[in-house]
Design a binder for this molecule. Structure first.
Ligand code: ZN
Ligand code: ZN
Length: 233
């Protein structure tokens, strides 16, 4: 991964609604006609739940030490989420610059702290990671899976797959939930309201490059001191 110097200042201020609407209209017009938002949500969900079911059904009498794989992996992935969000989604990083362009100048311009809600289901496209993302993550982490299989145990490798896939699905569902209308049944729930506040603060363009990088549970933000505690901008 090669970091490219990136001046993000043009995006670090809240743009007036007409300018944000222009970016929104442009992003929506780039969505192919065949795009199906429910398919986009269902694919990673079914793939993820499928991997979890398969991995758990292949377990062979795991010991309690092996079960510890689950909390350890969830914590490590939480820090990884913080790192990827801060350093790849908010900075241009070759060869995955597309992540930056879809996130900082698009997702962050369209959705701001006081205007977080999607206006139509087609806007799932502006929130969810690409549909093949979960498969790409499974494939990219296969060397780790294989390493755990041979160096630790088959059970540890299977629990690693179940934990990482579970994390990806949770990321997708939670992020989508934060961008639902606040008045929707999911948007109204207490847990989502709390977590949305954390993510919505990150959607303040003036703060996005420095604060609130966790999208799921703000554990790494808490440990690393990047929870924004100042007054809103
Ligand atoms: Zn968001
Ligand atoms: Zn961000």
């Amino acid at each position: 991964m090669l970091a490219k110097p990136t001046d993000t200042r043009p995006w670090e201020r809240t743009q007036p609604l007409p300018a944000r609407d222009r970016v929104r209209a442009q992003a929506i017009s780039a969505i192919p006609r065949w795009y199906n938002p429910w398919g986009h949500l269902a694919f990673p969900s079914l793939v993820g739940l499928g991997f979890i079911t398969a991995a758990l059904s292949l377990l062979d009498a795991p010991t309690s030490a092996e079960w510890l794989t689950v909390p350890i992996v969830l914590v490590l992935v939480n820090f990884h989420e913080w790192n990827v969000h801060r350093n790849m989604l908010h900075r241009r990083m070759w060869p995955l610059e597309v992540l930056f362009w879809r996130h900082t100048p698009e997702h962050h311009v369209i959705f701001v702290r006081d205007d977080m809600a999607m206006r139509a289901t087609r806007e799932f496209r502006l929130v969810l990671i690409p549909f093949y993302g979960i498969l790409a993550i499974f494939l990219a982490t296969l060397p780790i899976t294989a390493g755990l299989w041979f160096l630790a145990s088959r059970n540890v490798a299977l629990l690693w797959v179940a934990s990482t896939m579970g994390y990806v699905v949770a990321y997708e569902w939670l992020h989508l939930a934060y961008h639902l209308p606040e008045s929707s049944p999911i948007g109204r729930s207490r847990a989502i309201r709390r977590l949305r506040r954390h993510h919505a603060m990150h959607h303040t363009p003036e703060l996005m490059q420095r604060w609130n990088f966790n999208v799921t549970v703000p554990l790494a933000d808490w440990v690393l001191g990047t929870i924004y505690r100042g007054r809103s901008v």
